[in-house]
Design a protein around this ligand. Structure first.
Ligand code: HSE
Length: 309
């Protein structure tokens, strides 16, 4: 039985345009690094080895809450000591809280002889999302666990997740340094949707899944558009319309808000295009005088994984 493991848990894009709370895509990097050590002392003790000043009390920490949930299913008297080094900036919209929660439960599962299924790990990690934003959603958790492209078909009454391979894609993400809390960006969403808009949206949802399965990049591009959530969130993200315009001109397939924002993602066929698109995205925020980070990397085929013992 292992005593300690080191796990990398990746950033993820959720929603992917039209698939609010349903679609997710794993990135190869950035990732959070989690060292988990089993202890005979019950409970969860957390240390953050980064400068983000996140809560370390287990019941207020996304990884802590996920581990406490997992421990409820463990008959042995054990606990965990956790060291988290965040490579993903909190609040950036690329699944920062999901990465920590997923990394922790994947590490715990390795220490417990992999007794839990990936679906159970999603359940545990989702408890962390409730702490982070008040909503039990799995669209960042699922790709962080399974890798590739994921569809959360249902969360209730039974979790139903479809994990699909993603075609080779390069992702450009710009993270403008403005604060958009997920809880706030969910408050602006419409409570009801006109049928005509819903039809356009679910046509895109079907088109995007088909595009991913057949590696049809043109179909992916024309199916990404979100007619329901993005229009409501547009006022929260200055520069979004211009960023999309410049990214498409630089060769991007398409993109939109990453999760609940403020990051913006663009999918691309090649690394070269993704780099040009990253620069185009950055130029918008440079002109607006808003500090930003740009990330360019491939889609992640793997989810969180043990990298060392
Ligand atoms: N699907 C969620 C949202 C992701 O858009 O609110 C938040 O991380």
């Amino acid at each position: 039985m292992l005593n300690s493991v080191l796990v990398h848990s990746p950033a993820t894009l959720s929603n992917l345009g039209c698939g609010f709370d349903v679609f997710g895509l794993a990135l190869a990097a950035p990732y959070d690094t989690i060292r988990l050590t089993r202890s005979p002392e019950p409970g969860v003790r957390i240390q953050h080895l980064d400068g983000y000043n996140l809560p370390t009390e287990a019941t207020r920490n996304v990884a802590g809450v996920a581990l406490l949930m997992l421990l409820q299913e463990v008959p042995e008297t054990i606990g965990f000591d956790v060291e988290i080094t965040k490579g993903i900036k909190p609040g950036s919209g690329v699944g920062s809280s999901a990465a920590s929660a997923v990394g922790a439960v994947v590490a715990a599962n390795a220490l417990l002889g992999n007794r839990f299924t990936k679906m159970q790990l999603v359940e545990f990690a989702m408890a962390g999302e409730v702490v982070a934003c008040g909503a039990r959603h799995a669209d960042n958790i699922a790709p962080a666990i399974f890798g590739g492209f994921t569809v959360v078909r249902a969360v209730e009454p039974v979790l139903d997740i479809i994990a699909l391979p993603a075609p080779p894609l390069w992702v450009a993400v710009v993270h403008p340094q403005i604060e958009v809390k997920t809880s706030d960006s969910r408050k602006v969403l419409p409570a009801a949707v006109p049928l005509g808009l819903a039809v356009r949206q679910w046509a895109n949802v079907a088109g995007l899944v088909a595009g991913f399965l057949t590696a049809d990049y043109n179909l992916i591009g024309r199916s990404l558009d979100d007619y329901i959530v993005e229009p409501a969130r547009l006022p929260l993200i200055p520069g979004l319309a211009e960023a999309r315009k410049r990214a498409l001109a630089a060769g991007a397939i398409g993109g939109g808000i990453s999760g609940s924002g403020p990051s913006i993602f663009m999918l691309n066929r090649t690394e070269e295009t993704a780099r040009a698109v990253g620069a185009a995205l950055g130029s918008v925020f440079a002109e607006l005088g808003i500090a930003f980070n740009v990330y360019v990397g491939p889609v992640g085929t793997e989810g969180a994984r043990v990298v060392a013992e």
